[in-house]
Write a protein that binds this ligand. Structure first.
Ligand code: SAM
Ligand code: SF4
Ligand code: SF4
Length: 366
């Protein structure tokens, strides 16, 4: 049987450097139909979660009768790492673990170790990060860092303790998440990013308290427009507070100035407080689509590849790894899929048919 590429990599630093005769070499110039490269891979490691945020997993739909994926269907860590290695050769520079709640996946540190051992072809380590609801972060932060995770993003929609429990539809206390954020920073998973999804009339009054709380902390608070992801959250345009409105509210208290983007395909507009108290971000997928340089692919818990958050269908890569396909064959399949990509949902919102069910955020991750 062919030796898993990541083991070769761990044994010999240059093992992943593309060979001149390898079809993988030509795949490095991978681009979709609009010339967008593949740079960012989001790996959802579970479709389960201990929260039931209404915009993501409303309890009426994701109640005790909901059929989650059975364990054998999930990609094993070695299978995920094998696919990830091929993605890296094809140009991926950043991997984000997500879910569901990724910290619910048993022995996640083992997967992180395998991914952290991957090197991009110039020898640099991958940008390896994770998005979590923070409920289990306090007890796992040090383990995650030791396994090789570089940063975390923590989702937090309110500081008010009662509102927090209502929005997350959980018994977890907001203080637990705040301690998780502190533990992540202490463990060196920095800069910690904090994501707040803003819904008009529900938690928009928390924008200023959140800004006040995280100003000067070194953490980067990012405000996210509420999105019409999936088919179950009953999304309504009237609940969206645009990035512009969010910035206007912030500016009345804290003067801001724009920062340049850090890299092509970055989803957040970056701003900083003029008084030097740090940085914030605004993610405007509704009011200002950023499909033009979207370089993100998503791998579902059971190994289906999705090219857009709003996709109707994925491509089964698990079948390829489970039948022992070699790296070149997997690379060829991914290359064929990505080079035919036309996705630009946010640009076309409102002009597309809405009758087909879309994947859920809790399945594919944010
Ligand atoms: N459970 C983890 C968490 O909450 O961070 C990771 C998965 S969660 C699906 C990833 C991100 O998607 C979270 O930051 C969450 O707030 C965001 N999200 C979920 N549904 C959303 C929606 N309808 N609009 C905007 N963001 C959403
Ligand atoms: Fe769970 Fe994250 Fe979805 Fe909330 S947003 S229900 S924490 S997966
Ligand atoms: Fe990328 Fe799809 Fe979002 Fe556009 S709508 S930015 S293509 S994930």
């Amino acid at each position: 049987m062919e030796k898993p590429l990541y083991l070769v990599r761990m044994a010999r630093e240059s093992a992943l450097a593309p060979r001149p005769d390898s079809p993988i070499v030509t795949a490095q110039a991978l681009a979709d139909t609009r010339g967008r490269p593949l740079r960012d891979l989001r790996i959802s490691v579970t479709d389960r979660c201990n929260f039931r945020c209404g915009y993501c997993m409303p309890r009426e739909v994701f109640g005790h009768r909901h059929a989650f994926l059975p364990q054998p269907a999930l990609l094993r860590f070695e299978e995920t790492a094998r696919l990830a290695e091929v993605f890296v050769v094809l140009g991926v520079r950043k991997i984000r673990l997500t879910g569901g709640e990724p910290l619910l996946r048993k022995n996640l540190g083992r997967l992180i170790e395998l991914l952290a051992a991957l090197r991009i072809p110039d020898g640099e380590p991958l940008d390896l990060t994770l998005t979590t609801n923070g409920s289990l972060l306090e007890r796992q932060a040090r383990m995650l860092r030791a396994a090789g995770l570089r940063r975390v993003t923590v989702s937090l929609d309110a500081l008010d303790p009662i509102l927090f429990q209502r929005l997350s539809d959980s018994q977890t206390e907001v203080a637990t998440v705040l301690r998780g954020i502190d533990a992540a920073a202490e463990a060196g998973l920095t800069p910690v990013k904090v994501n707040m999804v803003v819904r008009r009339g529900l938690n928009d009054h928390q924008i200023l308290p959140m800004a006040e709380h995280f100003r000067g902390s070194g953490h980067i608070l990012r405000f996210i427009e509420y999105m019409d992801v999936g088919s179950t959250n009953g999304w309504q345009a009237g609940e969206v507070l645009s990035g512009r409105e969010i910035l206007d509210r912030l500016q009345t208290h804290y003067p801001l100035e724009a920062l340049p983007g850090s890299y092509p395909g970055e989803v957040a507009e970056r701003w900083r407080y003029r008084d030097g108290q740090g940085e914030i971000g605004v993610i405007t997928s509704i009011s200002h689509a950023f499909c033009g340089d979207c370089n993100r692919a998503r791998l579902s818990p059971e190994g289906r590849l999705f090219l857009c958050l709003f996709a109707h269908q994925g491509y089964d890569l698990r079948a390829l790894v489970r039948r022992g396909a070699g790296a070149d064959e997997i690379a060829g399949a991914i290359r064929a899929i990505w080079s035919g990509r036309t996705d630009a949902y946010s640009e076309q919102r409102g002009r597309l048919a809405t009758d087909r069910p879309r994947i859920e955020m809790s399945y594919i991750g944010g």
